[in-house]
Design a protein around this ligand. Structure first.
Ligand SMILES: Cc1cc2nc3c(=O)[nH]c(=O)nc-3n(C[C@H](O)[C@H](O)[C@H](O)COP(=O)(O)O)c2cc1C
Length: 476
């Protein structure tokens, strides 16, 4: 994880926990309508991949246990992790690209319903992403992966293709920027790779794929779907300021928004108007050439106008500034400055990590309101106290407040605060221990609890045998 060079240490925002009566009267614990769905509270756990699935992308018992634990804290909404819409091998990423995933997803929904006593609304985040390969061993790259083409032949006339390969080992200056990237970071496809048929066809295939995935989500019993239009993945790359496709799906903000709108319309047609459909997108891409705040406001207004039931705002998390991975590892979009913006840690710059997305998210909510729309806006990023959340709601910068890492640190924290027992909240340290595990695709746990009460009977341990997989139970 990249850390701002200033490396200023920031203390956690003061707890200032409310009494039970104050909590009951607060905005954060008041209900809100999200399209056809009512949230009992404006508390929200955004999508967080915990790497509990298997190579088939199935709902395992570990996946179920993980979400059951969150549900015991009764959040207003819980968003299931990024779940792949294609039926292709995707490592241990959860998948929804085929009907065979339905039984597992149904079971998960039932368990969350029961554990939350019906109080938590469960959404699922659905994602598409483009192929990415691991950083190659340089010898293999030059000998095997690099495709010798006419450009190389013109640069090195008279040489056979094998001779060209051997020459290029010594002459990296003759590689173009994409070849160099493939050598140094690993091959990564982009939505602008119009020479590839699969990329050219994305606008033709994605609406139906998202629609089918959303239909399965509805069938499985989820209360709604969140279309993943954020971070480093396909849909965010269409919205990106870097998208210069010339086929009407790139260039101006309206053209960059075209496919996200078409995907939404296909989903809406499939699931109907009585089903919650929202999206997560970036209030700020946080990369050079990323879209402007005006673009982000425009996206928010148009997505709301199109009929989205909620807009969840994130920040950064892009490949463009990711750190170089080790040979044999894949690039990870949360290792550069934009990754820091997505999951800011306590070591920061002067601005600090707390509510870091608010200055960009607040104007989007205002723009949506000014357009006469009431679509709820979810704001997340460094929010871990009642006072922060309540201030955001009171000042009109958000309608719903999300907390990812704090909820991992203490899945009961909403309940504790609601009961007036905020001083019992186990507070996230914002050290990004969880994010480090995520990066290695290791089962994500929290340093605040994964070594606690290991002698407890029946607890499941992580594959490394050292960490418990689920936070200890809290008995109110
Ligand atoms: C381990 C981990 C996994 C994450 N996975 C996802 C994901 O699947 N989809 C997503 O939109 N964001 C994901 N995020 C980002 C979080 O939803 C959230 O936006 C970010 O952590 C900042 O919020 P926080 O400060 O409340 O933690 C993940 C974050 C972490 C720490």
């Amino acid at each position: 994880m990249w850390i701002p060079p200033q490396r200023q240490r920031h203390q956690l925002p003061a707890g200032e926990w409310p009494s039970a009566q104050q909590a009951a009267q607060s905005l954060w614990f008041s209900s809100i309508q999200v399209g056809p769905v009512t949230l009992q509270q404006r508390t929200w756990i955004p999508a967080m991949v915990p790497w509990r699935s298997n190579q088939e992308g199935e709902v395992t018992q570990d996946v179920i246990d993980f979400y059951e634990r969150y549900a015991q804290g009764f959040p207003g909404a819980l968003v299931l992790e990024a779940t792949g819409i294609r039926d292709i091998p995707s490592g241990p990423l959860l998948r929804i690209g085929h009907d065979r995933y339905l039984p597992g997803l149904k079971k998960l929904v039932e368990v969350v319903r029961r554990a939350s006593q019906g109080r938590t609304r469960l959404f699922i985040q659905i994602i598409d992403f483009l192929p990415i390969r691991r950083r190659p061993d340089p010898d293999r790259y030059f000998a095997q992966f690099l495709e010798i083409n006419d450009r190389h032949r013109q640069l090195l006339p008279g040489q056979s293709d094998d001779e060209i390969r051997r020459t290029l080992v010594r002459r990296e200056d003759l590689l173009n920027s994409r070849e160099l990237e493939s050598l140094r970071h690993g091959y990564r496809e982009r939505v602008t790779d119009m020479h590839l048929e699969s990329v050219r066809n994305l606008p033709q295939v994605l609406p139906e794929m998202f629609a089918q995935a959303a239909a399965r989500a509805r069938q499985a019993g989820f209360d709604g779907v969140e279309l993943h239009y954020a971070h480093a993945y396909t849909m965010a790359s269409f919205l990106s300021g870097l998208n210069d496709r010339a086929d009407g799906y790139g260039g101006t903000p309206a053209e960059r928004l075209r496919l996200p709108l078409e995907v939404f319309q296909a989903v809406r047609r499939q699931v109907g108007h009585d089903y919650a459909v929202g999206c997560r997108f970036l209030a700020n891409e946080a990369i050079a050439g990323g879209y402007t705040q005006a673009d982000a406001c425009y996206y928010g207004v148009e997505l709301a106008r199109a009929g989205m039931d909620f807009l969840s705002l994130s920040r950064g998390g892009k490949f463009e500034d990711a750190k170089q991975p080790a040979v044999g590892a894949a690039s990870y979009p949360y290792t550069g400055p934009s990754g820091y913006e997505c999951m800011p840690s306590f070591l920061s710059d002067r601005r600090g990590p707390w509510g870091r997305n608010v200055p960009d998210a607040g104007p989007i909510r205002q723009a949506v309101l000014s357009a006469g729309l009431t679509t709820p806006v979810v704001v997340t990023g460094g929010i871990c106290s009642f006072a922060q959340a309540e201030n955001l709601l009171e000042s009109g910068q958000a309608d719903i407040v999300g907390s990812a890492r704090q909820s991992l640190a203490d899945p009961d924290w909403f309940l504790k605060v609601y009961l007036g027992r905020g001083d019992e909240v186990r507070r996230c340290k914002f050290s990004n221990y969880c994010e480090g595990l995520d990066q290695k695709h290791k089962q994500v746990t929290c340093q605040c609890w994964d070594r606690l009460n290991l002698e407890e009977e029946g607890i499941k341990m992580a594959q490394d045998g050292k960490r418990r997989l689920i936070a200890p139970r809290w008995i109110p």
